[in-house]
Design a protein. Structure first.
Length: 297
């Protein structure tokens, strides 16, 4: 009996020793094994890098006239339409024209949507030999709010389209001219040239001269709404600002032009409303080419 008990005890002790060896050798992974497991877990837990949204390929972008868009800006909703050249290529850069219509084509609710596209001051820029991106907004007034909206819309296009930043232009007729004269004076660093048609100048003069913005002023001698005195006042104010900035007479003539046609000019075109007839400036290819010939240094 004692012998049997000794055998049992020896058997149990053997089992305990074997179990201890297994726990030491097999139960706990080595440091090397632990590192391998940890690395595997880390690799498994890695997330796929976030996909960067790309601008659509040029061939997939909608081109031509894109009507009745809305930009929710800092100054409220901005209603606008734009033109993208048919062969728009993101690998190239294009001149940008920001052109603003008169009061009758501003935003008055859904019934007025897209009326600015019927205006020659939008259409003619799209028909020039050189491809341009052309934008026209239907703003709600012609004061500081709309001027800030015009600037914000300009910046939006510069940031989101392939724009030649040295060739950003502005044009405004009547109420649109009051707006754009303020916008160009607010941010003269953005614009290379501005066409001021049949309107009064509501912006400052000094920033225009300090930044070398070219300006073309057009007004009928007998404009029924503003009168040609508004055009002369703007021209003289700008010229004085350029002189103060140190420009010579010849240099000023290269960047500042004024045209005040008489009644015969309009009658020869069968136009007898001189203020409305001021839109003819947008049909003068020589004037349009003068605007887009200027570049920001």
């Amino acid at each position: 009996m004692k012998q049997i008990k000794k055998q049992k005890i020896a058997f149990v002790l053997g089992l305990l020793i074997i179990s201890a060896i297994c726990m030491t050798a097999c139960g706990n992974p080595s440091d090397e094994d632990s590192q391998e497991v940890l690395q595997t877990q880390q690799n498994d837990s890695k997330t796929t890098p976030e996909t960067v949204t790309q601008q659509p390929e040029a061939t997939n972008m909608e081109t031509g006239v894109i009507a009745e868009q809305i930009l929710s800006g800092n100054e409220g909703d901005i209603h606008y339409s734009y033109y993208l050249p048919e062969n728009y290529d993101e690998n190239k850069t294009y001149p940008l024209m920001m052109t603003m219509p008169g009061y009758d084509r501003m935003w008055f609710g859904e019934d007025s949507a897209g009326s600015n596209l019927e205006w020659s001051g939008f259409r003619v820029w799209t028909e020039l030999p050189e491809d341009m991106i052309v934008v026209s907004a239907q703003l709600t007034d012609w004061h500081e709010t709309s001027a800030r909206q015009a600037v914000e819309l300009t910046e939006y296009f510069i940031q989101n389209f392939s724009i030649d930043k040295s060739r950003v232009y502005a044009a405004g007729y009547s109420a649109g001219g009051e707006t754009m004269s303020q916008a160009v004076a607010m941010r003269p660093d953005l614009y290379a040239a501005y066409l001021h048609g049949a309107s009064q100048w509501d912006g400052a003069y000094e920033p225009i001269a300090e930044n070398g913005v070219a300006v073309y002023i057009f007004m009928a001698e007998n404009d029924e709404y503003y009168g040609s005195g508004k055009a002369r006042e703007a021209y003289n104010g700008l010229r004085e600002a350029y002189e103060t900035a140190g420009w010579s007479a010849d240099q000023i003539d290269e960047v500042l032009q004024m045209e005040i046609p008489d009644n015969a000019y309009f009658h020869s075109r069968d136009i007898y409303n001189y203020h409305g007839g001021g839109n003819v400036v947008f049909e003068d290819e020589t004037t349009l080419k003068w605007i887009i010939s200027h570049k920001k240094e």
